[in-house]
Design a protein around this ligand. Structure first.
Ligand code: SAM
Ligand code: SF4
Length: 328
């Protein structure tokens, strides 16, 4: 799959559910209304969709959500996709809040998952609770232990929030790197309606990076994933630190990815509303021809880039759908 700007699409993110056992303040309102079941693709439908994407050249698949590991039976999907590793698929990964990892780390490793991303915005109990509203820090920390015990390589994702966890960035980095985990910092993105005010939460990573650079030697690396992260190596810790800066940097020129929501909508760009309905062709026929045609048509209109903005005047979410629907 090659888009109009010559970018080869080889990476697919699939949101397997919009549901979650946390209610992170930047992601969801506390009283979220979730989608009716009939609208959400079955695990079999997701597996079929992924297999069509693999046939079309997708080499890496990341399952996300919502919280992917709270979807009932999700391990069967990992197993089905894991069976394609070395048979069209190079890598199967997951982004998780870690709450279910104590239970699922071993089965994930057995299914062929080698690397996972775990979101962790604070290592302070009360703060963790304030950010996630419903999360239990200890459960997540045990989950991370279990993942490392199972041999999974763990990367920590931390959303940087002004006045909320700013002071924990350096300690988190030290902790993660001391345990052999890379870390990625994420800027708050204007997605979905939430209860709070994003202008208040927004902390430009350019500022964070400048602050870290006073304390650490940040060495540029050539490491790229085709995604929005830019990585440095921290000389003092020996670990890698990524910055996902959709608002202060344009990361679109090397974008190799598309996203499918749990309702089967294909988004060609995280920051644009244009989408293609894959659920209709998926449910219309057992023959994949319609589905393949719908994907081709969508890739042919993948946009050049996004236009996220957070300003004082424009407080409304630039993209009305939440990250949990689209899959972060
Ligand atoms: N529930 C899983 C988790 O939290 O890792 C997977 C889905 S979550 C939507 C994926 C990532 O998106 C998490 O690292 C989360 O912190 C991040 N995220 C969610 N909403 C965001 C927002 N508005 N801006 C920036 N990052 C966001
Ligand atoms: Fe759930 Fe992840 Fe969104 Fe937090 S960021 S509410 S854990 S989907």
């Amino acid at each position: 799959m090659i888009d109009p700007f010559g970018r080869t699409i080889s990476y697919l993110r699939v949101s397997v559910t919009d549901r979650c056992d946390f209610r992170c303040v930047y992601c969801m309102a506390e009283h979220m209304t979730f989608l009716p079941k009939a609208e959400v693709l079955s695990l079999e439908e997701i597996a079929r969709l992924c297999s069509v994407f693999i046939a079309k050249g997708v080499k890496r698949i990341r399952l996300t959500g919502g919280e992917p590991l709270v979807r009932r039976g999700v391990m069967t999907l990992f197993e089905t996709l894991g069976a394609r590793l070395g048979d069209g698929l190079d890598e199967l990964t997951v982004t998780t809040n870690g709450s279910q990892l104590a239970r699922f780390a071993k089965p994930l490793a057995a299914a062929g998952v080698r690397r996972i991303n775990v979101s962790l915005d604070s290592r302070d109990d009360a703060r963790f609770r304030a950010i996630t509203r419903w999360g239990d820090l200890n459960q997540v920390l045990h989950g991370i232990d279990a993942a490392q015990d199972a041999g999974l390589s763990v990367k920590i994702n931390m959303v940087a929030m002004k006045g909320v966890n700013e002071d924990e960035i350096a300690p988190m980095l030290e902790w993660a790197h001391s345990r052999g985990m890379d870390m990625t910092l994420i800027e708050v993105m204007p997605m979905g309606e939430i209860d709070g005010d994003r202008v208040e939460q927004y902390l430009p990573l350019s500022v964070v990076r400048a602050n870290l650079a006073r304390q650490y030697t940040l060495e540029e690396t050539a490491h790229r994933t085709g995604g929005p992260a830019r990585y440095v190596r921290v000389r003092e810790t020996g670990g890698r630190l990524g910055f996902i800066t959709p608002l202060t940097h344009n990361f679109c020129e090397s974008c190799n990815r598309v996203r499918v929501t749990c309702t089967g909508m294909l988004y060609m760009c995280l920051g644009q509303e244009d989408r293609a309905d894959l659920r209709t062709p998926l449910r219309a026929s057992n023959d994949d021809a319609l589905l393949r045609a719908a994907i081709d048509e969508a890739i042919a209109r993948k946009p050049k880039g996004h236009d996220f903005v957070i300003t004082r005047r424009q407080k409304a979410a630039a993209v009305p759908r939440t990250m949990s629907l689209t899959g972060g």
